[in-house]
Design a protein around this ligand. Structure first.
Ligand code: CA
Length: 484
C-alpha cells in the first residue's frame, strides 16, 4: 500500500507538474504566438520616393547606362507594375495624393505649394489624415525623411502630421552639398528658392550635417530602421534625388566614365547614390531579420523633366508637368517576401493613391480612416485572388492650365489641353502618337462624361502656387518674417 500510495502520490505530483509544464509551455506558446502575431500581421511599411526620376531610368524598366541593382531587387523580389501612375505631374500635389490616399483635388491641393512658413493654409489641409496618422491607430511609429513639401507652417510639419520623427527639409527641393546650406533657418530665406539653402531639420531643430544629402538620408533611413525594429513602423523616405540642382560627388561620378554628356553623367551619379541608399536599407532589413515583415514600395513622384535633369522617359510622350504618359506614368515596384510572389509583373493600371489603402489593410488591428480613400488594397489583385481590375477609371486634372486626362481599365485614355482633345489607345500606342478622336468619338464622349462627373466632386485650389510666387509675395509682405 505504502509503495502503491507513494506511487499514487508520485503520479499526482507528476500530473501536477505536467499540468504546470503544459500550462507554462502553452503560456510561452501564447507569448511566442503573440510576438509572431504582431510581426506577421502588422508589417512595417517603407515608401521610397524618388523625385523626377525618368520612367526609363531604372534597370527594371530597361535602363542601359545607369545600373540600379538595388532598386531592381525590389521588383525582382516582388512585383513590377507596368502601368503605374501618380495623381499629378509635379511634386507637391502628387505627394499630397500619396500621403492621404485621396485625389488631392478633393481638398484643394491643385497647385505646387509656395514656400511660406507663416501661412497655415499653404499645404496639406488639417482636415486630411496622413498615412502616418492612420497607422498610429495600429500603434505604428513613423518617420519622414527628406523632402516634405506639404507645408512649411509649423502646424503642417511632419511631427504635426502623424510622424514621430523627421530628418530633412520642408521645401520642394534642396542643395545636395552641406557647404551650400548657408541659411540658419526659414527666417533667413528671402526668396522662394533660398529655401534650398537652409540647414536640415531633425524634428524641430536645425542641425549640422556633413554628408552629401542623398547619403545622409540613406544613413538616417538605416538608423531609424534600427531604432524602430521592435515595433511596427512606417518610413516615408522621400529622396529629392534626382531633382535639380544636378550635383553629385566624385565617388558617384567616377562610376560613369562612359557617359560623356555632363548633365546625364551627373544625373546618373545622383540616381546611383539613391540606389546605393536603397541597398543600405535592404541590407539593414536583412540583417535585422525584418525583410519578410516589411512592405517596400519604390516609385517616382512624377515623370522625368528630360530637358531639365537629363532624365529619360523612354517611349512615353513628354514628361514632368504634362498629362501625357511621360508626366504621370512612373517606375513603380513593391516587395513583400512571402506574400507577393517574386518576379510578379502586374499590368492593370494602378496609382500611387493605392499605397495608403494597401498599407492600412495589412495591420493587426483594423484601421478606420477619417476620410474616404480613392486608392484600393493592391495585394488581392497582385496575388491573383481578385481577378478584376483595381480601378475602372483614373483621373488627372491641372486646374490652372485647364488640362485633364482620364484612362479606363482597358487601354483608352483621353487628354484634353484646353480645347485640344485627344483620344489614345495605350495598348497599341503607349507613345500617344495617334489621336483616335475622329475614328471613335463615342469613346471620347464616354470618358469625358465620366471625367466631368468626377470633376464635379473636386475643389478649386485653396492656395496660390509656384506660378504665383511674386503675386503671393506682394500680398503677403511678411512672407518670411519671424512673427512674434
Ligand atoms: Ca518631382
Amino acid at each position: 500500500l505504502s509503495d502503491n500510495g507513494e506511487y499514487l502520490n508520485f503520479q499526482n505530483e507528476m500530473k501536477t507538474k505536467t499540468c504546470l509544464f503544459l500550462l507554462l509551455t502553452s503560456f510561452n506558446f501564447v507569448l511566442a504566438q503573440s510576438d509572431l502575431g504582431n510581426k506577421t500581421s502588422s508589417p512595417n511599411v517603407i515608401i521610397i520616393l524618388a523625385d523626377d526620376l525618368g520612367y526609363n531610368d531604372v534597370g527594371f524598366n530597361g535602363c542601359k547606362d545607369i545600373p540600379t541593382p538595388n532598386i531592381d531587387k525590389i521588383a525582382k523580389n516582388g512585383v513590377k507594375f507596368t502601368n503605374a501612375y501618380v495623381s499629378y505631374a509635379v511634386c507637391g500635389p502628387s505627394r499630397a495624393g500619396l500621403i492621404t490616399g485621396r485625389y488631392q483635388d478633393r481638398f484643394g491641393f491643385g497647385r505646387n505649394p509656395l514656400f511660406a512658413p507663416n501661412d497655415p493654409e499653404m499645404g496639406l489641409p488639417l482636415s486630411e489624415e496622413t498615412l502616418a496618422t492612420a497607422l498610429k491607430k495600429a500603434d505604428y511609429k513613423s518617420v519622414a525623411l527628406g523632402k516634405w513639401h506639404l507645408g512649411a507652417h509649423e502646424s503642417q510639419r511632419p511631427l504635426k502630421r502623424g510622424f514621430d520623427d523627421f530628418f530633412g527639409f520642408l521645401s520642394g527641393g534642396h542643395q545636395y552639398f552641406p557647404e551650400l546650406w548657408t541659411l540658419k533657418d526659414e527666417y533667413e530665406v528671402k526668396a522662394q528658392f533660398d529655401a534650398y539653402n537652409t540647414k536640415l531639420l531633425r524634428n524641430n531643430d536645425r542641425i549640422e550635417e556633413n554628408e552629401y544629402l542623398t547619403d545622409a538620408l540613406s544613413r538616417e533611413a538605416a538608423n531609424y530602421i534600427e531604432k524602430y525594429k521592435e515595433q511596427p513602423f512606417f518610413m516615408y523616405l522621400a529622396y529629392n534625388a534626382p531633382h535639380t540642382p544636378l550635383q553629385a560627388t566624385d565617388e558617384y561620378l567616377n562610376r560613369f566614365p562612359n557617359i560623356k554628356d555632363k548633365k546625364r553623367k551627373t544625373y546618373a551619379a545622383m540616381v546611383r547614390a539613391m540606389d546605393d541608399g536603397v541597398g543600405r536599407i535592404m541590407d539593414k532589413l536583412e540583417t535585422l531579420g525584418l525583410s519578410e515583415n516589411t512592405i517596400v514600395f519604390f516609385l517616382s513622384d512624377n515623370g522625368g523633366p528630360e530637358h531639365t535633369n537629363a532624365s529619360d522617359n523612354g517611349v512615353l510622350r513628354a514628361g514632368k508637368g504634362q498629362l501625357f504618359e511621360g508626366g504621370i506614368h512612373v517606375p513603380f515596384a513593391m516587395q513583400w517576401p512571402g506574400k507577393i510572389p517574386s518576379g510578379t509583373i502586374y499590368e492593370a493600371p494602378i496609382i500611387s493613391l493605392d499605397i495608403f489603402a494597401t498599407a492600412i489593410a495589412q495591420t493587426a488591428t483594423p484601421i478606420q480612416t477619417k476620410n474616404e480613400l480613392d486608392g484600393v488594397d493592391l495585394i488581392p489583385y497582385i496575388t491573383g485572388k481578385n481577378k478584376t481590375k483595381p480601378h475602372d477609371y483614373l483621373f488627372w486634372r491641372k486646374f490652372d492650365a485647364q488640362n485633364h486626362a482620364v484612362r479606363n481599365d482597358m487601354e483608352k485614355k483621353i487628354v484634353v489641353i484646353k480645347n485640344d482633345t485627344m483620344l489614345f489607345n495605350l495598348g497599341s500606342d503607349i507613345s500617344e502618337s495617334n489621336n483616335l478622336i475622329e475614328t471613335t468619338p463615342e469613346d471620347f464622349k464616354q470618358l469625358e462624361k465620366t471625367y466631368q462627373n468626377w470633376n464635379s466632386q473636386m475643389l478649386d485650389p485653396i492656395f496660390m502656387g509656384l506660378g504665383q510666387d511674386s503675386e503671393y509675395s506682394k500680398s503677403n509682405l511678411n512672407r518670411y518674417k519671424k512673427l512674434q
